[in-house]
Design a protein around this ligand. Sequence first.
Ligand code: ASP
Ligand code: MG
Length: 410
Amino acid sequence: MIVQKYGGTSVGSPERIKNVVRRVAKYNALGHQIIVVVSAMSGETNRLIGLAKEMQAQPDPRELDMVVSTGEQVTVGLVSMGLMQEGLKAKSYTGAQVKIITDSAFTKARILSIDEQNIRADLANGYVVVVAGFQGIDKEGNITTLGRGGSDTTGVAIAAALHADECQIYTDVDGVYTTDPRVVPEARRLKTITFEEMLEMASLGSKVLQIRAVEFAGKYKVKLRVLSSFEEEGDGTLITFEEDEKMEQAIISGIAFNRDEAKITVRGVPDKPGIAYQILGPISEANVDVDMIIQNVGVDGSTDFSFTVHRNEFDKAMDILKNQVQNHIGARNVVGDNKTAKVSVVGVGMRSHVGIASKMFRTLAEEGINIQMISTSEIKISVVIDEKYLELAVRVLHKAFDLDLDQEPA
Ligand code: ASP
Ligand code: MG
């Protein structure tokens, strides 16, 4: 049993839907049971959100979900028709028809349960089942959606509920790369990547899969594969569990980066208990996510406190802090820089190898790239640098860690 999830570009036109149909028919002919999960046609969800905003500046969340969920309802019907035209038995389902039950957090709902009875019965009767991604219903029967890119999560959740053998995510790239090939043309497609690495890569801005889908697959042990819907052959990238990795792993799997970082520094902060809370408390109350944090005591006993936020929230965070510093903290001043970027080396091999950080720092130093902040986890090292050096940094690190196409993986 295979779940095949097709994204918006894969079902972006009748012609492309016919391609999807041909692929499904091929797998069906091999004797597999297939559940197809689809997104709306590319651009459609944005168009629907645009319509909603013409009616209401801040669309009511329940009504917004009512509107945007229609995109997927169109594609499931079209895919089923295409399959029938090819002589297959097919049946489409909305999220509500399956009974994909979610909480009531409109526009970002979480799946609570999936009723797999009908799908199982249809599969047993020889149907290809086509399920609308991105949507569900809450316990009161309201239509909900799962957040942008949520069809990935639907695909994985259906695969988990039915204990499918594999969940294949078809997209417009043919797998997960060592870094963005637009920045480094020598980037290689990875045959495998572990869930943890994939989570790091995704959260660091490699947007191949919705993060929540990866988390879900990791939690429920769903075998997940990313493939191109535009290529006939190719194994894509298989997302594996570290403990199952039999092959010798490369130390570093990839270089991830994120252009959307902004750095804020509060200067001359009195060094006493409660200060970090006074600085970051109001920030988190305003729902601004903080990424990296650095604090260190200087010679005069006062400290500089730096942290990063998403660039879109830079102005908001600066305003909050200026007020906070003036009225409560008694720090010298607040300075900000929204021309920063984050670069990370990611790899589970770091757990068993030393010297990765020093190699990273030396490589950047050799190019005269100044490191402004550093953070580490067991499987990644991230640095914040001036945005203008981002592409250079990614290129030299990619090479230094033997990730270029013509290099043998170390
Ligand atoms: N159509 C939805 C979106 O654009 C869900 C998806 O494509 O995964 O976010
Ligand atoms: Mg998508």
